[in-house]
Design a protein around this ligand. Sequence first.
Ligand code: SF4
Length: 179
Amino acid sequence: MGLEEKAGDLGIVTTTLEGVVNWGRTKAMWPMLFGLACCAIEMMAGQASNYDMSRFGLELMRASPRQADLMIVAGRVSRKMAPVLRRLYDQMPEPKWVVAMGDCASCGGVYNNYAIVQGVDEIVPVDVYVAGCPPRPEALIDGILQLHEKIKRDKITDHADGKPVRIEQAERGALKPLG
Ligand code: SF4
């Protein structure tokens, strides 16, 4: 018995290479395993069984930046931590994405002082901002889904010329130098 007799006429499915590549990227993201403050607890809850971010392709939190393609900045970033965070980002292979989780990571939050970076987009390019103090795991998951929608609009050529898009952003001055 052939497949057609078993499953009926499946027809022909066509798509673009770009669509398949972007689909693969969204369905197998590997976030980096690190948290900075209280928001990290909500991120951990997001990976636990109640919310289970694995359902959205985030199966493994990787302990090495070299194996991760998603940085979730969960918590406030101190000026002292900023160069470390930037180094971790630089060690991640392209293509890579950043989610700023919570008010502190997005804009400094309640920490309007000299010791805290007033938005992590001063040091790394942020793709999605998740509001809240702290955001609930559902909000983080919503942010991840927004990121997936963004990735689906990516062009393969964005990452194909050997020069990461983010480096170009940095050279254009989109990112501020560490100070
Ligand atoms: S946004 Fe709120 S919960 Fe998150 S790190 Fe800042 S103070 Fe903590």
